[in-house]
Design a protein around this ligand. Structure first.
Ligand SMILES: [Zn+2]
Length: 108
């Protein structure tokens, strides 16, 4: 059995993993939050490694030096708008991504 101290430490580590590495805001819990996946090349361009932590939309954009657009996001369920408690800015981006991939499928 884990002691209360161990549990507190585990909770602290998990909380840290959910936070934006730049500004510390919670990206996965709380309402609303910013859970999403961008393409690997976008993540790399922001100086992030796969599994190397999380960024909020604002900090990702400032690292990239430009606003995000729909095609920066992966075509994955995590990026479906409205499935999670997205912030307004993330909801808009997920809508753009959905339109981008729907158009792409239509052109095939
Ligand atoms: Zn941030």
């Amino acid at each position: 059995m884990a002691s209360d101290e161990d549990k507190a430490e585990i909770e602290r580590i998990l909380r840290e993993r959910r936070q934006c590495v730049d500004c510390g805001i919670e990206t996965m819990h709380g309402k609303p939050h910013e859970d999403y996946m961008v393409k690997d090349k976008v993540w790399k361009k922001a100086g992030m490694k796969p599994g190397g932590g999380r960024l909020c939309i604002g900090c990702l954009e400032s690292r990239l030096g430009r606003p995000l657009v729909g095609r920066d996001f992966k075509d994955l369920p995590v990026n479906i708008p409205g499935l999670m408690a997205d912030t307004e800015r993330l909801y808009e981006l997920k809508m753009q991504a959905t339109v981008h991939y729907a158009m792409k499928r239509m052109r095939r």
